[in-house]
Design a protein around this ligand. Structure first.
Ligand SMILES: [Zn+2]
Length: 119
């Protein structure tokens, strides 16, 4: 989580070590503030923004951190599934497809030989 005033990374107590601002002052920026702010902003879906706002007290902040950690592991799972799907597609394209093409080629050659014999 970052400081709402200067964008500096907050410590574990939610306090900014750069300007002394605390997480209690964290709020959703207005359009005007967004235009004036040049630091890194975190775009939250509306369902999570409410949670982000309530992170001022300690227990809620822990839940927020836990949810965030779970989100990271889901992200890793998604990447793993993506790699698996790519591996399967690579297998299909580079192994199964040549086998099918060779099989089809053999079939065509056999068919040509048979039709040549008949004539
Ligand atoms: Zn700050």
């Amino acid at each position: 989580m970052r400081c709402s005033t200067c964008g500096y990374e907050l410590d574990e107590n939610g306090k900014c070590q750069n300007c002394g601002n605390e997480a209690a002052k964290v709020h959703v920026m207005s359009q005007e503030e967004k235009e004036a702010y040049h630091g890194v902003t975190i775009e939250e879906p509306s369902s999570r923004r409410e949670h982000f706002d309530s992170s001022a007290n300690n227990s809620n902040r822990k839940i927020y951190v836990n949810t965030f950690g779970l989100g990271n592991s889901n992200w890793l799972v998604k990447i793993s599934i993506f790699i698996l799907v790519v591996a399967i597609l690579a297998f299909v394209v580079f192994v199964a497809l040549p086998v099918i093409l060779v099989g089809a080629a053999i079939g065509i050659v056999v068919w040509l030989i048979l039709s040549f014999i008949r004539h």
